[in-house]
Design a protein around this ligand. Sequence first.
Ligand SMILES: Cc1cc2nc3c(=O)[nH]c(=O)nc-3n(C[C@H](O)[C@H](O)[C@H](O)COP(=O)(O)O)c2cc1C
Length: 346
Amino acid sequence: MESRHAQRKNEHLSLAAKYYNQVHHHYFDQVRLIHDSLPELSTDDVDLHVQLADNLTIENPFYIEAMTGGSAQALKINRQLAQLAHKHHLPMATGSLSIINKDPQAYASFDVIREENPDGIIFANLSANATLEQAQEAISLLHANALELHINAAQELIMPEGDRDFNWLDNIQYLVSELNIPVIVKEVGFGMSKTTIAKLQTHDVHLINVSGRGGTNFAAIENRRNHDLNFESLLDWGQTTPESLLEAHSIRRGKTEIIASGGIISPLDVIKAGVLGARAVGVAGYFLNILQQDGYEQLDQTLNEWKIIIKRLLALLGCVSFTELSRVEYVLGTDLLSYARQRHLR
Ligand SMILES: Cc1cc2nc3c(=O)[nH]c(=O)nc-3n(C[C@H](O)[C@H](O)[C@H](O)COP(=O)(O)O)c2cc1C
């Protein structure tokens, strides 16, 4: 019999699959790239490496975003994802390791990620209220290359057993100052505003994953798990990923690097996120859905295709690197343009 923490992880996996099939909006359609018929380079000129921090360079601009850990089912999924991350040289973020403090049996489901991918890039994932000891333990368990801290107030408030205390900034700043690996602060699918990003910047966070609305919907997932309160009115809460990237675009970057995730379902979405200023792109629900519905071989093939297509799209746009995408021209659809104007982002 698994612990109730492990059961929650299993519910997340099954509900994520259920609601992923009900996603109808594709917000990246609101971004159209301008074609240049004279790229003047060859695909051989394109280099997919991206430097995210002094000691963090990734071989591909997209990666497997934080999902699971803590149950037998999570162990199986993490093993498969880690094998594919290893094979395709993709970074992989773990699900939240907060569970290992409550349920020691959870260790194995995280351990397997490093076991299957001994020399790959792994991001450990914890809640923003993690203690320094918890962060150090998670990093050493995985020999992690970076630590993701998730900020998920909307999810926690809808979750029946969720946290109700969201004083995170000072703790985040403390962890950033004490840890000797890069720290990424990420949302979980509700997006970020320029106010959020500015607050993170003033608390010394330089890697920010806006993780916006448009894919996995934790309002829907937690509302389904909540049998006492109905949060249906929050199903559209938060900024979409393109909106969040425009928010990020509008503020002074300094040394801040922006990462995108949330509703990424194609190589073109990865490219569009890069055009809107993302340095790298995380994908969770879409890859999980392929793995759970169509199996390991299909995800293997998809990851291979994405790498090839992203390289060709960079060549088509005349860019030798992912970072160069920020100079590609684009136009916005009516809804996104209206959002940008009302928020004074353009
Ligand atoms: C089953 C599942 C579990 C998740 N668990 C975590 C988690 O533990 N920590 C975290 O930071 N994000 C978690 N996420 C959120 C993703 O990392 C990502 O921010 C979000 O799903 C948006 O990306 P997507 O639309 O590609 O799924 C989870 C996502 C899924 C699908």
